[in-house]
Design a protein around this ligand. Sequence first.
Ligand code: SF4
Length: 145
Amino acid sequence: MNIDRPLSSLQEKESSGLRRKGYVNRCLEVGTLDGSTVRFTPEQWQQVRNENWQVINPYPYPMPGIGKMAGNAFKAVGRVVRNIFRGERIMRTLEDKERIIEICKDCEFLRQSNGRCTKCGCTVISDIFSKAQLATESCPIGRWK
Ligand code: SF4
């Protein structure tokens, strides 16, 4: 399945400093311009994304403090326990998890080096455990639930 990105959103990311200088040109070299949309194969998209993260300042957003992360983890455990007692679902389907991971992969707040979200401090992309697996969790800025 191809990945379509509006040219304007690629330009906005470069001009706001969230992507390296020359990012849009690189996207146009790798992908295919179709009207106002740039179309990528998944491999091409992965390539431009990986290249982008080799920037001078790859971490524009700091991780939350230890206290905030501990508080978030404590609340997350509480939500899991609550759902267990209510007999509600605690795990997402694989499809749902993959949908979320695709959203996070394209998010400027994801720290690519370790797969953690700089908004909540949670691990989002990992082979072992991901916040995206838990039906009790949602994006702290409302990009998925
Ligand atoms: S959980 Fe939300 S803020 Fe964090 S990386 Fe994913 S989409 Fe971005």
